[in-house]
Ligand binder design. Sequence first.
Ligand code: HPA
Length: 276
Amino acid sequence: MERLMEKLKEASAYVDAKINHEPVAIAMVLGSGLGDLANEVQQKTIIPYSEIPHFPVSTVQGHAGRLVIGMLSGKRVLVMQGRLHFYEGYSMDTVVFPIQMMRVLGIKELLLTNAAGCVNTAWVPGDLMIISDHIKLVADNPLRGPNPDELGERFFDMGSAYPAELRAVAHASGERLGIPLREGIYQLFTGPSFETPAEVRFARMCGADAVGMSTVPEAIAARHAGMRVLGISCMTNMAAGILDQPLDHLEVLETGERVKHTFGALVKDIVKHWPI
Ligand code: HPA
């Protein structure tokens, strides 16, 4: 565990030096098809993951794999353009290394976004959902193993992982911009296979509104380290078995493309009004 803290500190020190030790207010992870927002960051410093000591490298198509740090809506942000997924072969603790590094860098606010399959049949592709809670029936946990005490406690509350205060900020932004927002529960599946229709029916029975392959490990690591999380899912497709058509990654990217302007406007307004 000492070794993990050493690695996190080395990675963080590298990033910190690159940005001249300017403090960052909010970190964000942009999901599939939603990464373009990073291009709107001003006065930016770009750091490819491959440059950062100990930092894992993203492999999935549609994910750039770099940190973009600079100004967005008057706040200093660090954008993870391209996230790491469990299905790429990384262990869950590797998936959350960047989140823990953000915390070591001093960041306490985290926006997690993702593309998700829509389980709620009253909703449609393109809908944006504020995450109120999550379900992880996947057996693994990113904090399994010796506890990094410097980051947080061994056992920690998850009831406050997605604080109501931040969800209210997101809803206020939605109202201000005339963007209708859903709110609901995100259930993690490992991928890379999409869920089966039976798994989607099961997720619905569990109370899930959306299914996806990310966000949950990051939210757990963030909560562990005392960060506040706001999660936004873009319903890129109806989940398996709802429509009489096969799922494919192209549909995910196409919907991301279709909503990226709305999504970008929403995120910028949220960042502007984010209570620090
Ligand atoms: N399932 C899981 N992850 C996803 C989906 C889906 O249907 N769409 C986008 N990400």
